[in-house]
Design a protein around this ligand. Structure first.
Ligand code: FEO
Ligand code: CA
Ligand code: CA
Ligand code: CA
Length: 641
């Protein structure tokens, strides 16, 4: 989630207030939960019964570490936590920088200027800020890395000016908008694939492209042309400008990239302080004030008192063709409008396209889209993301769950178009399960199951979501005021992602066993050696190992003592074993994955190092910190997942 001063301040005071009034109870009903978890192990059956123990919470008799080290599939030495201002990887592995914020993509753009941190014009020709989700595409040997640039660190990008982090003029706003969106870059490995050298951006490649908050987009699917999408600039409701707050990503088997619009609300404001914000916009967090980006000061469409429908044109999954720099990205409204985290695409048994989608806000929902048509290799798959059924997850406490279709009949809403725009309201109407902030979903390539990081939720059991839905403790959200997060796993009935029912479990409940002895110590596969908080990024490698990235509290004290900087871990879904692979530099988040075609390089995103001012990663000395994509290789040239 994008951090910003306004809510940060509110969040802190809320926590202090809450801890004063609701001191944590020493003994919780955690043991009861563990018992329940034990009693519904049946669905897992024989061979993975040992793995089942991995996510039984609060027990000591059954532990996943019955798996002997010699049997482990995690073939590297664990990295200890640290608070260093650099990237740490296991012995026998190395990392290098592939791309950094502000790096020019064309030779007509200036080199990054550490003093001014660039202009609007230079940023439009350079790699964006805060890289997040990404994917690598291959076209006849050409490697095309497509990277989300989620948001900008205002205090850093405007830090060379007056230090307030506020844009001072229209060019600062232009620079801010250009720091957002997507960077499409060709990358090349020194010495070619056999050489195994470092990867770098190919300047002036014909595929290089910047997509920003001003790039023309086409709106497709059920909401295309709906009255709620019409604006003064686009009376047809079919064309919008730009994409921003692009968080996680997805990719399709037909070779396109999916970018996910998350905290789109934080960019809108009202020039009229008495303007009444509609409940529909409030549900999405749109209010009279933006989060400090000040885009409305230079671009009137971000002023909701003048253009109240503009926010309805953001919050979607956007499909991009990485091979054609002149193509128009498409906002796929059939996949719903909310604070999209990522888009995990798999195929149902019959070939329909299934997309799992999380809405990352406290007490919001987990969704699934299933296309009407089936994927055809080499055929026309152009409308698969326009015609289908969007459903929302409802979990029961007994380990079962269902996908509830969002239709006019089930929601009482007027049309599928309206459901595509006011998706949160539709999900509330069918009584979906309020979740602890669904972040990335990842599907196991070797087994019909999917996982979702529920990053944390300090409001769990204390406060309803923005729509007024209760957030009771239970089911996949088992802890009140959840500080550490958990990963939920589900297995669709009939081993088919197209099935409407599933069995679920918790794969891991994060915690700190060195500080707590109650439910905050985490599940039995969390130890002093591998602990972490706030799981966020999630992806499987081709071997079926699951990589977990964190976006959590890096204070390294109190509840988070010993957990150090944000990190990346690897888990074996079959045994529950989890081992730390990487620690990021100070004040960063680790987010985004891609693998080279040969599997010998893992690309990882280091987002917002020094977001609170304390880092000089990656350039060192007195330089300003910069988000980067790094490449990780094995010193022996072997595969890395
Ligand atoms: Fe952009 Fe929910 O992380
Ligand atoms: Ca982030
Ligand atoms: Ca997060
Ligand atoms: Ca995230």
């Amino acid at each position: 989630m994008a951090k910003h001063e306004t809510t940060e301040a509110i969040e802190l005071s809320f926590d202090d207030f809450d801890e004063m009034n609701n001191p944590p109870v020493a003994q919780t009903d955690f043991d009861v939960l563990a018992e329940k978890a034990l009693s519904r192990r049946g669905f897992l059956g024989g061979s993975v019964a040992l793995g089942a123990a991995a996510f039984v919470m609060g027990t000591t008799s059954l532990t996943p570490f019955a798996v002997h080290a010699a049997d482990s599939r995690l073939g590297f030495e664990a990295v200890a936590t640290n608070t260093l201002d650099t990237v740490t990887v296991p012995k026998g592995y190395s990392w290098h920088i592939v791309a950094k914020w502000g790096q020019p993509l064309w030779s007509d753009a200036p080199a990054f200027d550490h003093a001014t941190r660039g202009t609007g014009a230079s940023q439009e020709r350079a790699f964006g800020d805060n890289n997040d989700g990404m994917a690598l595409f291959n076209d006849a040997g050409r490697n095309i890395l497509v990277v989300n640039n989620e948001y900008v660190n205002r205090k850093i990008i405007y830090g060379g000016a007056d230090g307030t982090g506020k844009p001072r003029n229209a060019d600062d706003v232009r620079k801010g908008k250009a720091g957002h969106g997507i960077s499409v870059v060709e990358i090349k490995q020194a010495g070619g694939q056999q050489g195994g050298g470092q990867w770098a951006i190919v300047k002036d490649s014909p595929v290089n492209r910047r997509i920003t908050a001003d790039t023309p987009m086409e709106i497709t699917g059920p909401a295309r042309g709906h009255d709620l999408l019409k604006t003064a600039a686009d009376p047809s409701g079919t064309k919008s400008l730009g994409t921003w707050n692009n968080c996680g990503n997805g990719r399709t088997p037909w070779g396109t990239y999916l970018t996910c619009e998350e905290n789109f609300n934080g960019y809108f404001s009202s020039s009229d302080p008495d303007y009444t914000v509609s409940p529909e916009l409030s549900r999405y967090g749109v209010g009279l004030k933006d989060w400090g980006y000040a885009w409305a000061t230079a671009d009137e469409r971000f002023d909701i008192s003048k253009h109240p429908n503009e926010p309805n044109r953001a919050g979607y999954i956007v499909e991009v063709d990485p091979f054609d720099p002149s193509s128009t990205p498409k906002k796929r409204t059939a996949l719903g409008r909310f604070k999209h985290e990522n888009a995990e695409l798999v195929l149902a048994k019959d070939g329909r396209v299934v997309v799992y989608l999380g809405d990352d806000e406290r007490g919001e929902f987990l969704y699934r889209y299933v296309s009407n048509g089936v994927f055809s290799e080499g055929g026309d798959n152009g409308d698969l993301l326009d015609n289908g059924t969007l459903s929302v997850a409802k979990f029961d406490d007994g380990g079962r769950g269902q996908w509830i279709a969002l239709t006019p009949a089930s929601t009482g809403m007027a049309s599928q178009a309206e459901i595509s725009i006011h998706t949160r309201q539709a999900a509330s109407a069918v009584g979906a399960t309020t979740m602890d902030r669904p972040e990335w979903v990842a599907a196991n390539p070797n087994s019909v199951e999917a996982y979702c990081c529920l990053t944390n939720n300090k409001n769990r059991g204390l406060k309803p979501n923005k729509g007024g839905d209760a957030t009771p403790v239970g089911g996949p959200n088992p802890r009140k005021a959840n500080k550490y997060g958990q990963i939920v796993r589900w297995r669709p009935d009939g081993a088919d992602h197209g099935s409407d029912s599933f069995a679920w479990d918790l794969f891991v409940v994060a915690g700190n066993p060195t500080v707590h002895d109650d439910d905050r110590k985490g599940s039995t596969n969390v130890t002093a050696a591998n602990m972490f908080n706030s799981p966020d990024g999630l992806a499987f490698d081709r071997n079926g190992l699951m990589w977990i990235q964190t976006d959590g509290n890096y204070s390294n004290e109190k509840d988070f003592a010993g957990q150090g900087n944000n990190q990346m871990l690897v888990a074996d879904p079959a045994t529950g074993e989890i081992r730390r692979f990487l620690v990021g530099p100070k004040q960063c988040e680790v987010t985004g994955f891609a693998w080279s075609v040969d599997g010998r390089t893992l690309f990882v995103g280091i987002q917002h190092p020094g977001e609170r001012g304390d880092s000089h990663y990656p350039d060192g000395g007195d330089t300003t910190p910069r988000s980067t994509v790094i490449g990780i290789t094995r010193d022996d040239g072997g595969r890395i997942g």
